[in-house]
Design a binder for this molecule. Structure first.
Ligand code: CAA
Ligand code: NAI
Length: 701
């Protein structure tokens, strides 16, 4: 027997235990072991039934994703599940933990299923750009119908054991110890003379033809918006449709074809890259050297946009928060900002009054810094002004308990300049949340010049507690995200000034897969903020840098964005979606006339070629300067903080797939018109010269 699956007899039951930590993924050894185990049980005269169970924390959580993209090795998962389903003795699957993807498909190939009540059951393949390739779309439809299968497989979200039981996917919920309950169930089945019951031959799910048809049509309609640009979700619907119309053998063959088609797409590469990238980003030197400090009580200074969002994120995680503001009026506003979030949820039916009260019970408003003296972590989110922040940190130094971690949420300021006003700079880090902080998953953890390892580790521990995705960034202007954002923002502005309409630029970006275009983002964030930042940096701006005054002129005329009802777009009363703003088009053409620019056309392709070249080139500079640890961390920042389409993996993954030599050739071409902005990063030139990729750097990190 393969050592990943053990065989033992418990009375008349052959127990096959899958043991392949950490998540019992269905790698080659497990697949071989399952086939061997089933064959042995069939010929074992003492075995009347077979029990499949996972050792450790879970029933298999899916295929082994690390094998994807490599040549497949026999037995493939569809063969394994076919072999289990064809077993001449009843097979019972006992599930716990996360029975996901191929794991659930193995469960479905058994004839009966029992699950621990905390089991999560799902078909998350769509999150990896693929679909359940071992009968998941077919057998689930046979049992539970089209709607349930489509919900599971197109959302990728797992359901709990009770819900799966209600759908007929699970036959019984285990009471007490899973293995004991499963053995009891198996004995009952033997006593009752239960025969093998292949899921593929069941038809409860096929009975209501009208409902099944309606589910197919409704899902296609919602996916056309929700899964715009994606391949796999639509193939899942096709598979379920075939399950309704064709015999199971044809359905399985069709599903296999679609699975292989998904495997061949760049989207699969992008999404699997994202899966590993968002796990790798938590691996940082400081956290590997030190344990985090305790995190029982935190404080947030400032109750504005960010302070309130951070507070809600912490309250939602069950962390008590002291919020400190300047005076009674400001703290009342801060508290109102927090309550507004919960009231919004109540209005949408996502929370009730009791839920709000439970969260607010953890909230303490204050106007005195001494209220924070017991806190383990203090996050400052006051105005973006160095003197104001330094003043706050001087006061914190007086009152914070020894060992408290002091954090700043600054977007651009120098964290060392803030840390160094205290007597304990080693305890100071940057925690750069994104707006709205209770929703956005990205958290840049900014590491100044000489922090204590455990202070940094505490930042990562906080991210885990708040269910955020943390990325380590060195302390340099704009850190990772805002610095790269600024570069491709400039690129968009230059294209606009050279003749591409801002609306065509936004459309190209939207069609690429972003939820909205960059000028729509500017309108949402408010252009006054970047205007202030440009003024701040005016004195230090390099004279070689091309400067576009279009947005300054817009701000001077009050086109700040949604907050003033007009920016790059105009927003008629109450509208969230904007219309073209003729005043802006006039400002652009006036600027072109002033600068002697003859506007020219840009195709969508050229717009995106420039946009991506600017983004990746700045990413390469961020890497060569050590601001990001690895290319995949930059991808995570773009995916979680800036709406980069997940199915493209992130900008650095995109660049690898586009070809670094092609990207460099684009930069060389653009460099002829603006040698300063388009200067290729040395790292990129180096990688191309040595035939290497960003993925090579990921592997070395
Ligand atoms: N294959 C290979 N490695 C896997 C894996 C998989 N299916 N699932 C998790 N891992 C690895 C992770 O990369 C991580 O490794 P490191 O410790 O080296 O970083 C380790 O297992 C633990 O994973 P998490 O840190 O994610 O642990 P968690 O407890 O937070 O989450 C989980 C556990 C819910 C199972 C989560 O890992 C998960 O969602 N896994 C993927 C599930 C999935 O997508 N399954 C479908 C696979 S595709 C398929 O099955 C296709 C098919 O039909 C043929
Ligand atoms: P805001 O203006 O909405 O809120 C700032 C709050 O700080 C105000 O309520 C003010 O009363 C309070 N405050 C000022 N001085 C104080 C003091 N000495 N003690 C206590 N409270 C004080 O600003 P916002 O947008 O929340 O930004 C806060 C910080 O977060 C800034 O550093 C900003 O750069 C950063 N940031 C902002 C993002 C955004 O999208 N708004 C995103 C990420 C970071």
């Amino acid at each position: 027997m393969s050592n990943a699956v053990s065989y033992e007899l418990s009375g008349a039951i052959a127990v096959l235990t899958i043991d392949n930590p950490p998540v019992n993924a269905l790698g080659l050894a497990v697949r071989q072991g399952l086939v061997e185990g089933i064959e042995r049980a069939e010929t074992d005269s003492q075995a009347d039934a077979v029990l499949l169970i996972g050792a450790g924390r879970t029933f298999p959580a899916g295929a082994d994703i690390r094998e994807f993209g490599k040549p497949p090795v026999d037995p493939y998962l569809p063969e394994v599940v076919a072999r289990i389903e064809a077993c001449t003795k009843p097979v019972i699957a006992a599930m716990h933990g996360t029975a996901l993807g191929g794991g659930l498909e193995v469960g479905l190939s058994a004839h009966y299923r029992i699950a621990d009540k905390s089991t999560r059951i799902g078909l998350p393949e769509v999150n990896l750009g693929i679909l359940p390739g071992a009968g998941g779309t077919q057998r689930t439809t046979c049992i539970a119908g089209a709607k349930a299968t489509l919900d599971l497989a197109t959302s990728g979200k797992p359901i709990d054991a009770n819900a799966a039981h209600a759908l007929g996917i699970i036959d019984r919920i285990a009471d007490g110890d899973l293995k004991d309950a499963a053995l009891t169930y198996a004995h009952e089945l033997i006593t009752a003379g239960a025969a093998p019951r292949p899921s593929g031959k069941r038809d409860e799910g096929l009975a209501d033809e009208t409902a099944n048809r309606a589910a197919i049509d409704a899902t296609r309609a919602t996916l056309s918006k929700r899964a715009r640009g994606q391949f796999a979700p639509f193939r899942i619907v096709d598979c379920v449709e075939v399950a309704l119309e064709k015999p199971i053998s044809e359905g399985l063959a069709f599903e296999r074809e679609q699975f292989l088609a998904c495997m061949g797409t760049p989207q699969r590469q992008g999404m699997i890259h994202a899966f590993f990238a968002e796990r790798t980003c938590t691996k940082v030197p400081e956290a590997s050297r030190a344990q985090p400090r305790p995190l029982k009580q935190i404080a947030v200074i400032g109750g504005g946009t960010m302070g309130a969002g951070i507070t809600v994120a912490a309250l939602n995680a069950g962390l008590p928060v002291v919020m400190v503001e300047r005076d009674a009026e400001s703290i009342a506003r801060g508290q109102a900002n927090v309550e507004k979030v919960y009231d919004g949820m109540i209005k949408k039916g996502r929370m009730d009054d009791a839920g709000k009260a439970k969260h607010m019970a953890l909230y303490t408003p204050a106007t005195e810094y001494s209220a924070m003296s017991d806190c383990d972590l203090i996050i400052e989110a006051v105005f973006e002004n160095l003197e104001v922040k330094q003043d706050v940190f001087r006061q914190l130094d007086q009152i914070a308990k020894p060992g408290a971690v002091l954090a700043t949420n600054t977007s651009y300021l120098d964290v060392d300049a803030i840390a160094n006003v205290t007597s304990r700079p080693q305890d100071v880090i940057g925690l750069h949340f994104f707006s709205p902080a209770n929703i956005m998953k990205l958290l840049e953890i900014v590491v100044p010049s000489d922090p204590a390892d455990d202070a940094v580790a505490t930042g990562f521990a906080l991210a885990k507690l708040l269910k955020k995705t943390p990325v380590r960034a060195a302390n340099k202007d704009g850190f990772i995200g805002n610095r790269i954002y600024k570069a491709y923002g400039l690129c968009a502005t230059y294209m606009m000034e050279d003749g591409a309409s801002p609306y065509a630029i936004d459309k190209a970006i939207y069609d690429f897969g972003y939820p909205i275009g960059i000028f729509q983002v500017h309108d949402l964030a408010g252009m006054d903020i970047s205007w202030a930042n440009r003024k701040r940096l005016a004195a230090s701006r390099n004279s070689e840098e091309r400067y576009s005054a279009v947005q300054d002129k817009m701000c001077e005329a009050g086109h700040f964005g949604q907050k003033t009802g007009r920016g790059m777009y105009v927003y008629p009363e109450g509208a969230r979606k904007g219309e073209e703003n003729p005043d802006v088009l006039k400002i652009i053409s006036d600027e072109q006339a002033r600068l002697g620019i003859t506007p020219r056309d840009f195709t969508q392709d050229e717009i995106m070629r420039r946009y991506m070249a600017a983004m990746v080139n700045e990413g390469a500079k961020v890497l060569q300067e050590g601001v990001a640890l690895r290319p995949s961390d930059i991808d995570v920042v773009a995916l979680y903080g800036y709406g980069f389409p997940r199915y493209r993996g992130g900008p650095m993954k995109y660049a690898d797939m586009y070809g670094l030599e092609n990207l460099l050739a684009d930069l060389r071409e653009f460099e002829k018109e603006d040698a300063y902005f388009w200067k290729p990063a040395d790292l990129l030139v180096d990688l191309v010269a040595n035939g290497r990729s960003f993925e090579d750097l990921n592997k070395e990190s």
